[in-house]
Design a binder for this molecule. Sequence first.
Ligand SMILES: Nc1ncnc2c1ncn2[C@@H]1O[C@H](COP(=O)(O)OP(=O)(O)OP(=O)(O)O)[C@@H](O)[C@H]1O
Ligand SMILES: O=P(O)(O)OC[C@H]1O[C@H](OP(=O)(O)OP(=O)(O)O)[C@H](O)[C@@H]1O
Length: 231
Amino acid sequence: MASIDMHHGQAPDLTIALPKGRLTSEAVALLGQVGLDASAAVGASRDLVTLDHGAGVRFLLAKPFDVPTFVAAGAADLGIVGKDVLMEVEPAVVELLDLGIGRCRMQVAVPEGSGVRGVEEMEAPVRVATRYPRATLAYFQSVGLPAQVVRLDGSIELAPRVGLADAIVDLVQTGRTLEANGLVAISTIAEISGRLIANPVRWKLKYDRIARLISEMRGLVPVRPVRGREG
Ligand SMILES: Nc1ncnc2c1ncn2[C@@H]1O[C@H](COP(=O)(O)OP(=O)(O)OP(=O)(O)O)[C@@H](O)[C@H]1O
Ligand SMILES: O=P(O)(O)OC[C@H]1O[C@H](OP(=O)(O)OP(=O)(O)O)[C@H](O)[C@@H]1O
C-alpha cells in the first residue's frame, strides 16, 4: 500500500527500525512515553511498516540482528537494538543512548559439575557454543585463552549437555535457563541493554529532530548518553 509510507502525502520526517520480538513491547512503551505511537507493532497486524501520522514518524519492524543493517544503509534514520547485536555486528552506526530496556548480561557459563569457576581454570583450546562468535573470540583473546567457536542459533545451553562444547557464551537475565540446564556463570563479558542507534549521515541531516527525541527520552527512564554527537 503506497499511502502507508506517506505522511500527509509526503515522506515521513523520521523512520525508526524496531526489533521484532522480546524488545518490541518495551520499545513501543518507551516511544509512547515521548508521544510516538508505534502500538500497531505489538498488535495482531502482519504489516511490517506502521506510521504515526500526527508525528510524521514511520516504524519498520525488523529482526533484531537486521536492525543495524536497515540503519547503516539509510533505510531507517534510527533504530532500537540490543547492545549484544551491536557488539556482534559492529555496524557503521552511531550509538546515541542507552535506553535501559531489555537488561541482561552476556556471560560465559560452564557445566556446574566441571568444577571450573573462572576462565583461568579452563583448558585450552576451549570449545564455546554461542550465537555471538565475534564477541566470544574477542573476549577469549582478551583473556589470552585460545577458543574454538561452535556457532548455534538458539538453545545454546543445550550444547555442553551433549558434549558439543565445554562452555557457552549467551545472554542471561534471571539465570533460570542456566540453572535448568546445569550450568553456572563464571564470567561477565558485557552488560546488555537496548540502545538507540542512528545512521551517521541522517544524524547530521536531521540533528534537530533527533536531538529533540533524545532529550525527551533521556528525561524519562534511567537513560544515559553513550556517545555524543559525532563528526
Ligand atoms: N533473556 C533476555 N533477557 C533480556 N533481554 C534479552 C534476553 N534475551 C535477549 N534479550 C535482548 O532482546 C533482544 C532481542 O531478543 P529476541 O529473543 O527477541 O531476539 P532473537 O534472540 O534475535 O530472536 P530471533 O532470532 O528468534 O528473532 C536481544 O538482542 C537482547 O538484546
Ligand atoms: O536467564 P534467563 O532469564 O533464563 O534468560 C536467558 C535465556 O533467554 C534467551 O533465550 P530466548 O528465550 O530468547 O530463547 P533462544 O535461546 O531460543 O533464542 C537467552 O538466549 C537465554 O537462553
